[in-house]
Write a protein that binds this ligand. Sequence first.
Ligand SMILES: NC(=O)c1ccc[n+]([C@@H]2O[C@H](COP(=O)([O-])OP(=O)(O)OC[C@H]3O[C@@H](n4cnc5c(N)ncnc54)[C@H](O)[C@@H]3O)[C@@H](O)[C@H]2O)c1
Length: 256
Amino acid sequence: MFSLKGKVAVVTGAASGIGLATAKRFVVAGANVVMADIADATALAKEVGGLFIKTDVTSEGQVKALMDETARKYGRIDIVINNAGGGDGEGPNFIQYLPAKDFESSYRLNAMSVVFGIKHSVDHMVNGGSIVSTASLAGVQGAPTYGPYVASKSAVVGITRTAALELAARNIRVNCVCPGTVDTPMAYTDGGGAELKIAKLMMPLGRLCKAEEVAALFHFLCADDCSFISGQAICIDGGMTAGLSMGLVLPLLENL
Ligand SMILES: NC(=O)c1ccc[n+]([C@@H]2O[C@H](COP(=O)([O-])OP(=O)(O)OC[C@H]3O[C@@H](n4cnc5c(N)ncnc54)[C@H](O)[C@@H]3O)[C@@H](O)[C@H]2O)c1
């Protein structure tokens, strides 16, 4: 059950956080894992039992080379995890004050990377493959001052749904995951202060998501057991999209 034995998986953003946890989990589940990242993860890949291929996911040529090289080495691709991404640009601000280039660079990093990952892997995929991308809760909800990130992660959801329809005839399933704040280096870019406290308060489960918990969702979505889920944006958010957390509501009630 949920074995990935013999499957060939490409994971981008695999040098850290969610991607690294996913690469580790997939190796344990029996997959041949290609770990792609803009940062050097040669030693890390050796430790994990994967193969590192240096890739900047904003470059179409480099993503094509990643997929071609993986297929040349292993004969095919079964699983693609388009995970590399993050915040980009000058930092949080209202849409009215943000430069257009922040929207463009975020779109390139978070959305075009997914387009490239799908576009250049499908010809190498056997029927029955699985493509899963990392969107975000910011892909299904607004987030004030994070316009470029929200816009680019919302695009990931749309690209996922469209690719799922286009590739259904080949039984290639396409999904994306939408995590709330995950305890990875990315979450500490503001120093781990006020924003993280608010994130914890907003999570009904009262804590941040762990990278390993997102990896477990990727694993579920990529296993053959999960053969009828496609075109979905699956939230992994400790209950955040269910409604307001008690952590937020109780202090408000007490001050009424
Ligand atoms: N941490 C969170 O709170 C959170 C929440 C929702 C979604 N996400 C998404 O999860 C994904 C993984 O982030 P994480 O939390 O593991 O962060 P992380 O910073 O731990 O890891 C991100 C990895 O992506 C790599 N990367 C960045 N730009 C790249 C590029 N151009 N080409 C190739 N690799 C690149 C980095 O080198 C790094 O190894 C991202 O898409 C992020 O937007 C994160």
